[in-house]
Write a protein that binds this ligand. Structure first.
Ligand code: 3HC
Length: 314
């Protein structure tokens, strides 16, 4: 197809685009990009944003039940960070030509996903430790890699988000460490929490590379810099020594420790993964209903801010 205004063929435009990718130059919102690149980013960045915001719910349940003022302040700061991460990511997603309202509508209509890990319940305070340590730990592994993604606004959002994620992971690990130094009941709570959160955290990295329909294109255009399995293995190799250091046992009876200190994990329950991804997890309905209700109850805030913004511009 010839672009009349530029008189450059699509082939030439694609050639120039791929040369920029190859040269590690960032693609910016005003640059020409293949529609498949744009659509992949619209999907991935918006789902990433949805995950950040919905991820506030399981932890939010424990703000009023934090065991100390110190732990309440830390949890409040973390949850507030997650809301800000959602903001960065929705702003990056909007540069692709889709409005935030449209993204939220796709989420509410079930046409957009968010990370399956947030569809599990938080049963006690040890779960807040497991989420910070394992879920944010997995997110860091994925997001540090995404700092090098080829799309400029996404890459810059990742750099900002990663600066806060390490605090999230450490505060979670500190909760688990303190519980493992506590009473027998507290140690049992911490072990029960890793038993329930270990596998959903591994599922955050997505299907095996051989079953990941999106990975090849994502790697070709450097949206993804490392594959699902590579990132999952990085997370496992880093996290198991942390578990062992505080006396926790990773719930994988097929785990193999390789001679080089890395690990080979047991089978992931992909039936469970797809059941939860497709809406049949323990908390899917609760999470979405909560998001819809909060969005509707917050409409007046958005409208007020819009009017104030319009008045300010006059
Ligand atoms: N939960 C829900 N859906 C998932 C999933 C998961 N854990 N893993 C994969 N999927 C979906 C994909 O979205 C895709 O479905 P779609 O085509 O309808 O969107 C399908 O399963 C096939 O998976 P692919 O591996 O082919 O898809 P991707 O190449 O997009 O890889 C991904 C999936 C690894 C999640 C990738 O999208 C990604 O890296 N996203 C950015 C990171 C992200 O979203 N993290 C979510 C957690 S954010 C977080 O934890 C916040 C922290 O602060 C607590």
């Amino acid at each position: 197809m010839i672009h009349a205004e530029t008189k450059i063929s699509e082939e030439k435009l694609l050639e120039h685009f791929e040369a920029k990718i190859e040269a590690e130059e960032k693609i910016e919102p005003r640059d020409w990009m293949p529609d498949a690149y744009r659509q992949h980013l619209i999907r991935q960045i918006s789902q990433h944003a949805h995950s950040e915001v919905i991820g506030m719910q399981p932890e939010g349940n424990w703000i009023t039940r934090s065991p100390s003022l110190r732990s309440k302040k830390i949890l409040l700061a973390k949850i507030q960070d997650e809301g800000g991460h959602g903001l960065y990511l929705y702003s990056a997603a909007e540069t692709l030509g889709v409005s935030r309202d449209q993204y939220i509508q796709w989420l509410h209509e079930g046409k957009a996903k968010y990370s399956s890990v947030f569809n599990y319940p938080t049963l006690n305070w040890a779960d807040i430790g497991a989420i910070g340590w394992l879920v944010d730990g997995a997110a860091i592994t994925n997001q540090v890699s995404l700092q090098r993604t080829s799309y400029g606004p996404y890459s810059r959002a990742m750099v900002r988000i990663c600066k806060e994620e390490s605090f999230h992971q450490r505060q979670g690990y500190e909760i688990m460490w303190r519980m493992m130094e506590g009473t027998k009941e507290q140690r049992q709570m911490a072990q029960d929490a890793i038993n329930r959160w270990w596998w959903p955290a591994l599922m955050m990295f997505g299907p095996h590379d051989t079953d990941s329909p999106r990975t090849s294109l994502a790697m070709k255009w450097k949206i993804k810099r490392e594959s699902n399995d590579n990132l999952r293995e990085k997370f496992i190799n880093k996290t198991i020594p942390q578990a062992e250091h505080i006396g926790l046992v990773v719930p994988d009876n097929k785990l193999v420790r390789n001679e080089d200190g890395t690990f080979k994990h047991g089978d992931i329950n992909w039936d469970e993964f797809w059941a939860v991804v497709n809406g049949n997890g323990p908390c899917n309905q609760q999470r979405l209903e909560h998001h819809i209700r909060a969005h509707e109850e917050g409409a007046w805030v958005r409208e007020t801010a819009l009017v104030a913004n319009l008045k300010h511009k006059k």
